[in-house]
Design a protein around this ligand. Structure first.
Ligand SMILES: [Fe+2]
Length: 195
C-alpha cells in the first residue's frame, strides 16, 4: 500500500479517471495485488502454483482518501486484469465491511464482469459493464470478477466509516465461485470438483 498524502479535508474536489488506464487522479492510496497476495483463494491449487512462477498482477486500486468519519465517502477505481486461474476468472479478494450496515456502489467504466455478493452463505451475481451500476446492500460480502478479455475498470463509492473485513473471506471464502464453462461464466458451489 502506498500513501501519497494525507486525507482530503472535506473540501470540494474534482477527480479524473484516465479512460485508458483506469487510474484515478488524485489518488492518495494505491495498491496492487498479485497472485501471491491472494494465495489459496482460487479453487485450482495446481493451476495457481504454475502461475505463481510469473506471479501475475491481478488488480490495482487507486483511492481518494477522506477522513474516516460518518458522512464522508471514499472514492476509488479498480483495474482488474483479465485472466483465469484454471477455469476460475481473475477476481478481487472480496470482503465484508467491518461495519456491516454500510453499503457500496460500483459504476462500470470499462470491460465486462460480475459483482458477486453473499449474505448468509448465499451468493448471487450482478453484471458490471460501462453504463451499469451494481448496488451492494449492507451486510453483503462483495468481490468483483473479470469475465472479459480486457481489463475491468469500475468506480466504487462507499462510506468512509465502512472499514474492510478481509479475514472472514480469507478463512472461508465465498459460498460460490464463477468459472468458465466452454466460454460461459457459470456459478458453481465452492466445493464443486474440478473438471
Ligand atoms: Fe467494499
Amino acid at each position: 500500500v502506498s500513501r501519497h498524502g494525507s486525507p482530503a479535508t472535506g473540501t470540494p474536489a474534482r477527480l479524473d479517471v484516465n479512460e485508458a488506464t483506469g487510474r484515478l487522479t488524485p489518488a492518495t492510496t494505491t495498491f496492487a495485488r498479485r497472485l501471491a497476495d491472494m494465495r489459496g483463494m482460487y479453487r485450482d491449487g495446481e493451476a495457481e502454483a504454475r502461475l505463481l512462477a510469473d506471479d501475475p498482477l491481478i488488480y490495482e486500486v487507486f483511492q481518494y482518501d477522506v477522513p474516516e468519519r460518518t458522512g464522508e465517502l471514499f472514492v476509488c477505481t479498480t483495474v482488474l486484469q483479465p485472466g483465469r486461474v484454471g477455469d476460475e476468472y481473475f477476481m478481487t479478494k472480496g470482503h465484508f465491511h467491518s461495519r456491516r450496515d454500510c453499503a457500496e456502489t460500483y459504476i462500470g467504466l470499462q470491460g465486462a464482469g460480475e459483482v458477486m455478493m453473499m449474505r448468509d452463505e448465499r451468493c448471487e451475481t450482478v453484471a458490471l459493464a460501462p453504463g451499469t451500476v451494481a448496488y451492494v446492500p449492507p451486510h453483503y460480502a462483495h468481490r468483483t470478477i473479470n469475465t472479459g478479455s480486457s481489463p475491468l475498470v469500475f468506480l466504487a463509492v462507499y462510506p468512509a466509516q465502512a472499514g474492510h473485513d478481509y479475514a472472514s473471506i480469507e478463512q472461508t471464502g465465498f459460498a460460490a465461485r464463477l468459472v468458465d464453462r466452454n466460454g460461459t461464466p457459470t456459478l458453481v458451489d465452492r466445493l464443486a470438483p474440478l473438471s
